[in-house]
Write a protein that binds this ligand. Structure first.
Ligand SMILES: [Zn+2]
Length: 295
């Protein structure tokens, strides 16, 4: 009590200009949650508007926060060029998993998505592409029957129309609510990638946070070129599961994009603000082989 009183007195007496800054800082943190973004890595507070203007990358430490599919499309493809495929496809409840339908309905209302992936055709700096974007806000972008089907169809469309594919992956893995049906999507998507590849067409993966489980173990790792955003989590099983199984401590940076680059699972790490430029460059570079010449 007495200490509190002293601290008030001290504050009033130490009235140098830095107090104004402190007051401003306090004011900033008084702003209701949702208007400011507290960086999980460096704890810096950024106004949401400023963060959005910086493609949701922390201006202080470069932390790449997760994007919705709409935000990703917005910063990646040419304005007004996106035409969505299978927008209304919705999954059933193949193994009668309790509350699955209700959970999906609530998520559809919350996110405005029908499932965890958005696929379509678009232009990127004038180049025609098929684009696949997973959204971790929808059941951690787990891959169930609809996610797998939409991805497979996007590849089939690209193969038929001789177009390159760019896939932004983010996933918690297989969707346990769909059991074995979910696991089958790994084979289905991989088969579709295989046919696209056999047709001599370009496929670029951009791994975003987090790319794990059955998605890493299938189409995400099959890109001709695999890009990752800085410091994203990439892996199959969780760290604790592996440590428990092999009874060994894993390196601290295990399953980071940087670790994957060092060990050859990722070809390059590209900051978000340079991604569009890099992708456009890669598309142009591979144009004789990506179908552009045959159209
Ligand atoms: Zn930060």
């Amino acid at each position: 009590m007495l200490e509190d009183l002293f601290s008030v007195v001290r504050t009033r007496f130490n009235s140098d200009p830095s107090d104004d800054q402190d007051a401003q800082k306090r004011k900033k943190t008084d702003i209701p949650k949702g208007l400011i973004f507290k960086c999980p890595r460096c704890a810096n507070n950024t106004f949401m508007d400023d963060l959005a203007a910086n493609s949701k990358v922390c201006p202080k430490c470069g932390y790449h926060s997760r994007l919705t599919a709409a935000e990703r499309l917005d910063i990646t493809v040419d304005k007004g060029s996106f035409e969505e495929f299978d927008a209304d496809m919705m999954s059933k409840n193949p193994i009668d998993f309790p509350d699955y339908e209700e959970k999906q309905q609530a998520l559809r209302e919350k996110t405005g998505l029908k499932d965890a992936v958005v696929c379509g055709r678009a232009k990127l700096r004038g180049e025609d592409i098929v684009i696949i974007v997973m959204d971790s806000n929808y059941m951690m972008a787990s891959m169930g029957s609809v996610v797998g089907e939409k991805i497979a169809r996007a590849f089939e469309y690209a193969t038929l129309n001789r177009l390159p594919v760019i896939a932004f992956t983010a996933s918690g893995g297989a969707r346990m609510q769909e059991g074995i049906v979910s696991l089958m999507q790994m084979a289905k998507t991989s088969g579709a990638v295989g046919r696209h590849s056999a047709a001599g067409l370009l496929y670029i993966t951009v791994m975003t946070d987090p790319t794990t489980g059955g998605v890493t173990a299938s189409f995400a790792s099959l890109g001709d070129i695999i890009i990752a955003e800085p410091k994203v989590l990439i892996g199959f099983a969780g760290r604790r599961v592996i440590e428990g199984t092999i009874r060994q401590r894993l390196p601290d940076d295990f399953q980071s994009a940087e670790f994957m680059l060092e060990n050859g699972f990722v070809d390059m790490i590209v900051e978000r603000k340079k991604l569009r430029r890099t992708l456009a460059h890669l598309l142009k570079l591979h144009k004789p082989y990506n179908g552009g010449a045959a159209q």
